[in-house]
Design a protein around this ligand. Sequence first.
Ligand SMILES: Cc1ncc(C[n+]2csc(CCOP(=O)(O)OP(=O)(O)O)c2C)c(N)n1
Length: 794
Amino acid sequence: MDANYLTDEALLQNLTFDKFREEVLKDYRTVCESREASILGRKEVLTGKAKFGIFGAGKEVAQVAMAKFFMPGDFRAGYYRDQTFMFASGLATIEQFFSQLYADPDINNDPFSAGRQMNSHFATKFVDENGEWLPLSQLKNVSSDIAPTAGQMPRALGLALASKLFREEKDLNKMKNLSENGNEICFCTIGDAATSEGHFWEAMNAAGVLQIPLAVFVWDDGYGISVPKEYQTTKSSISKALSGLQKTEDSNGINIYNLKGWDYAGMCEVLEVAIKHIRETHTPALFHVEEITQPQGHSTSGSQERYKTSERLTWESQWECRKQMREWIIENALADDSELRDIELASKKLVKQSRQDAWEKYIKPIRKQVSDVVSLLQANLDQHKNKDGIQKLIDKLSANREPLRRDVMKTLSIALNYPGSPSEAIKNYYANLVKENSKIFNSNLYNEGSKSALKVGHIKAIYNEDAESINGYEVLNKYFDALFANNNKVIAFGEDLGHIGDVNQGFSGLQAKYGESRIFDTGIRELSIIGQGIGLALRGLRPIAEIQYLDYLLYGLQPLSDDVCTTYFRTMGQQSIPLIVRTRGHRLEGIWHSGSPMAMIINSLRGMYVCVPRNMVQAVGMYNTILQSNDPALMIECLNGYRLKEKLPSNLIEYTVPLGVPEVVKEGNDITMVAYGATLRIVEEAAQILEGMKISCEVIDVQTLLPFDINHLVLASLKKTNRIVFIDEDVPGGAAAYMFNKVMEEQGGYNWLDVSPRTLTGKDHRPSYGSDGDYFSKPNVEDVIKIAKEMMAE
Ligand SMILES: Cc1ncc(C[n+]2csc(CCOP(=O)(O)OP(=O)(O)O)c2C)c(N)n1
């Protein structure tokens, strides 16, 4: 029939049908392209072009459905199965997918991680080159994936929580570049087996309490690598197991939906209504997407035939989603077999071409290096004493069909080490490559540009003549009051931090003043407190997440170590987490409230700054420094310092304490004593007594362990005293050994020693309860005096 003769209504129906058909076929094309990418990707690994591959085959249809409802402003916190979602959302191309598979370090080719992450670990850009937040409310945002299973859950919680705060808090609501009235949903994806992790349970419970726009999709393919869900989940069903969290009319909680991963139409229908509901009401939801298959098995590391029964394999081949979608399209007369065949063929072609393009881009700069090096070595051949050796190197490198950067470096390094006379040109080329590779592979652990905490200028604390002496906690309380008045992006939360203003009253009275959206209590759940901080920071806010005692940081260490510390690095500076974790620790009472596991912290938190202020005035200066940067930091206040008197500076929210700059707190000539935090007071007391014994100690507070003494002030002191002892209350071989290594090896301190360098630490075990427990387990004044006398006698 000619369209001219149709009624308006029929025309509209036709148009709607055409649009619908077009959309379905577009989705089918994405499904086919993604499947082809998985198939070809696997081949690339098995033929040795890439090291490892993990793909999204079997999950394509669920992901094109999910992507339909992912709007600008929304966030995703997911895992390595979501390539189809990325393609369908327009956030990744097939070529980029292959570039990441090859570990292409050029950010223009692998825009997710610049070759720093395994394939299918996606991200989008959140901050610009100057460290300023992009208008995230207008972008589709993907927080950078990490490999630890369920590691995305804590972060997802924070990303969704931010929407609630943006909606509720009027000053935040004005920040339209970051949020449009808190309408943004965090789409979180997780495998069925990963829901066994505590991270999942903690986050789901917290979401039900908080009432935040979190949409959790569980891709249930029945296995975690080889272990079936009977061994993973109570009742073998995460939706059944979570049913107690179901929201009712008069309770909080979450909504739970069951979907079939092959049922394109069914999923779209449910999601359309459910996602709208989340957006409007901020009620979190779980989408248990069942009957999903995994036709390629878990990854390129093994084959599924080893653990799936033949019945399961037969079932999977019948119910795999691409086949099911194809049949549904034909049954509903949206396209015929030949039209679909065309799409399938075109997909194959496109993927093949994209793979080729990605490979060419990846290999071209390396081939250029190979050809440069071969030419340089060739040009130098006649002058070289070891002509045969060099010729062999040239031949080997030229014959390498898939050279790596390391092959180029190895060749040059061997050539330079041969006795002979390598040309200046070779030496220069090598030196330049060392620099270039360092930039490619070793950069961006911390912010390096204007948002680096190390670039914040030093402003000294000012004291009025009549400056009052007040308790340490009161210094903090006055500071936080001024800070919250001055910077409306700062949010603080933790156990007992809201209503009572933290267990040591640093926030006393401030919730009433600044509202529950900015200063609030959380449940006892350190892991997801950190997750909240991560999500809020990623969304452009300045969270202070409190861990009540340093001893309990262990519960929250995983997201700090794996997520916070690696984000800037693994996104090549495209995402930043300017999170402050506030806690209190060091010596106080017994096994559980006197922890000072500093080596554990500094060894697992490279990528954060670790501040160990000796008192609260110093802590304030460090807060001010960190808040001017985009770097994440851990602030460990001294537990036994809150009731010590300190003079109150008058420029509370201005003065800064530079990170990595120790302070000499007592000058002396005989022994350099290096310490920090609560131990410093012990050392100062001992130094006074030693003065009476005619032993003059120079006491240095290192102030921050990461970074450590960037200007080598400790060395300057050692040059004067020629004796040094490192004192802290960590275990032997802990942070004192770290400081020892820094000064002896990095600063070259061994050149200036007259006697053996020493460490004085806590005991291997934790302290017993009470003051005697402390005395006999942690360094005390007498220990410091004894070691000083020994050193003077040596
Ligand atoms: C904390 C942690 N433990 C173990 C692993 C190794 N691992 C990677 S994936 C995986 C199974 C995950 O299965 P599931 O969550 O069902 O997701 P699927 O891969 O099936 O999509 C395991 C055990 C890991 N990455 N992280």
